[in-house]
Write a protein that binds this ligand. Sequence first.
Ligand SMILES: Cc1ncc(COP(=O)(O)O)c(C=O)c1O
Length: 378
Amino acid sequence: MKLFDVYPLNDITIVKALGSYVWDDQDQKYLDLYGGHAVISIGHTHPHYVKRLEDQLHKVGFYSNSIKIPLQIELAEKLGKVSGKEDYQLFLCNSGAEANENALKLASFYNGRKKIIAFKKAFHGRTSLAVAVTDNPNIVAPVNQTDNVIFLPFNDEAALEAAFKQNDISSVIIEGIQGVGGINVASDSFLQKIRSLCDEYNAVYIADSVQCGYGRSGKFYAHDHSGVQADIYTMAKGMGNGFPVAGISIAPKIQPKHFMLGTTFGGNHLACAAALAVLEIIEQDELIKNAETVGNYLIEELKKLPHIKEVRGKGLMIGIDLPDELKTVKRNLLFNHKIFTGEAKPNVIRLLPALNITKVEADIFLEAFKAELKTPIP
Ligand SMILES: Cc1ncc(COP(=O)(O)O)c(C=O)c1O
């Protein structure tokens, strides 16, 4: 059997990782500013994380959601505390798409409606409803097509107001900072408008925090910068530092009923141990503050550099929008300077490092990036 070929690959095999570094099978070291696609939050193979998973594996790795799992309660309490949403409720699942799928479904159960507002350039995942609210026709299969989704321009308050007036809206789903769409920050006033319209029409405000959450933006959820609360926060990537665990944090006004949501693997013992280890390190090492400090430093330094079209983002979720002439910079960073970065089409370099990246590591990147910018533009 061979692999189903859906990913264009770099010819690199990673065999070892520590902190913000990874090594390939030739023992070549790379600085990782991509974090395996925003997944590595507390650094690769963090000793506390490794130990907590190892200890748990020796006790019990998995049992179903038909029995009590105290680790889930511990995780809900810790997440409530670290995220500042102690009165919210936690439902655990396995991936970002699944978190959004459950959030959209829960909103519809809550108000009995069908219409969803999503935004241009949004990415919310690949399962049926998550892909239906994703603005990329290439990944929407005919079976996923629905007329229940209304796509609006990002940060356009007038369009939002009009859509609420004309439709019976169930929910609004929005990334606090669009990731795949190229690092576009939702304005505070736009998120405040979503909050007030959802209140007025009894619709549900869903904050997709799968990529921009878990401290990456310098606040626990990127949407927190606006000062208003969402009804449901969806989270995944940074939550398990690589272990597949995801969740939705649900406002108290939305009440559960037995069997309304469910999953086989979600919230298993190992997943909870991984998620708890992550929150313990985020709290203990003040990683949200570090994301803000090192992130601001990177953004300020990048803004001083020539040739860049725009630097966007918050904290350690940064997009460097480059002109077409500099489209090889990302590849050069990888192959000439051994630095992993992310990308967004057409020419945005996405920085999504571990939240405990140091200023020294940020400087290594800045030096390499400056060297690339100095190469004459053809
Ligand atoms: C904002 C956002 N939502 C949802 C998803 C889907 O997450 P997953 O790939 O874990 O299903 C992603 C993945 O990149 C994402 O960036």
